[in-house]
Design a protein. Structure first.
Length: 318
């Protein structure tokens, strides 16, 4: 099984969604573990549960200190716990844009509405008052704008004629406990999903002038129109355990130097290495997609015609 990603939960109260994440993490195939439960309220019930379950906890009251100081202390604690992702579980404070940007793409939240409907508070009353047939919950990435990040998953919950905000909230909470672990698991493990990795590569490769996708030996690959292949997508081919992008180097010296310097990132691909291709591993939790884009462009330049490279050179000048 792949190394589990380390998730820190941040809460202000009972932590029922934290508990859902915690107990889901005990399943054998869960891709994450809870490494920390943190709170702005030292008396929060969720902290007591986490301690009882053997999870590291941290608490600091936000009262009487500047937000920047609270978030600096929280950041230091998250980093000390080697946190990969942050999950908000009823954290009743608005995070600063600086904190959110620090964890951009790695901080998630669960919200009790079907976003983009009913951002903010009183979501159940607003859904009932609007006459909606369904309410629900959403897991989304956190961005500086409140409840506005990309949605990772949703569950609908029927609104009954007799519902009050409290009765509806109780049923939506059941849905939250199902949705949050599932959506978080899928998101943090996306770096092991070949389809997701290929989509990222495809988006970058097809940005290059006259690039097109075409199969090569039964695998996805990218070439210039009426030209040569400049990238191959390798999904554990030829007995490899890795999902990788094969790109063109200048030759044996460059390939050997790269592999020698970073053997966990680069490798000599079976059947391709003799032709100057190197494998760039993609199935890593910290894949640098700017680095991947740079390699795609470099490999494209090695295989494209001079007339095409002049187009890219002209574009780079702007």
């Amino acid at each position: 099984m792949a190394e589990r990603l380390r998730v820190a939960a941040i809460l202000s109260g009972r932590g029922s969604n934290m508990a859902a994440l915690l107990y889901a993490s005990r399943l054998r195939d869960c891709p994450y573990e809870l490494c920390l439960v943190a709170s702005n309220k030292p008396e929060a019930a969720g902290l007591s549960l986490a301690k009882a379950e053997g999870i590291e906890t941290w608490a600091l009251s936000h009262k009487g200190i500047a937000k920047a100081d609270f978030e600096a202390a929280l950041t230091a604690t998250l980093e000390a716990a080697e946190t990969d992702y942050v999950a908000l579980c009823g954290f009743m404070r608005v995070l600063s844009p600086e904190f959110v940007e620090r964890w951009s793409g790695r901080i998630v939240n669960i919200h009790p509405s079907l976003l983009p409907k009913y951002k903010g508070l009183d979501t159940h009353a607003r859904a009932i008052d609007a006459g909606d047939p369904v309410a629900g919950c959403s897991v989304h990435l956190v961005t500086p704008e409140l409840d506005d990040g990309p949605v990772l998953g949703q569950i609908e919950v029927a609104i009954l004629p007799s519902d009050t905000p409290d009765t509806l909230a109780a049923r939506v909470l059941h849905a939250e406990h199902q949705l949050y672990p599932a959506a978080l698991s899928a998101y943090v493990a996306r770096h092991l999903d070949a389809d997701w990795l290929l989509e990222q590569v495809r988006d970058l490769a097809l940005e290059l002038p006259e690039a097109e996708e075409a199969p090569s030996h039964g695998s996805p690959a990218f070439k210039t129109k009426k030209g040569k292949f400049f990238a191959h997508f390798s999904d554990r081919h030829h007995g490899e355990e890795r999902i990788a992008l094969l790109v063109k180097t200048s030759g044996e010296d460059e390939m050997s130097a790269l592999i020698g310097a970073e053997p966990d990132l680069y490798h000599r691909p079976a059947y391709y290495g003799a032709s100057g291709w190197i494998g760039l591993r993609l199935d890593r939790k910290d894949t640098d997609w700017d680095h991947v884009a740079s390699w795609l462009q470099s490999s494209w330049r090695r295989t494209a015609s001079k007339s095409l490279t002049k187009l890219l050179d002209a574009a780079d000048e702007f």
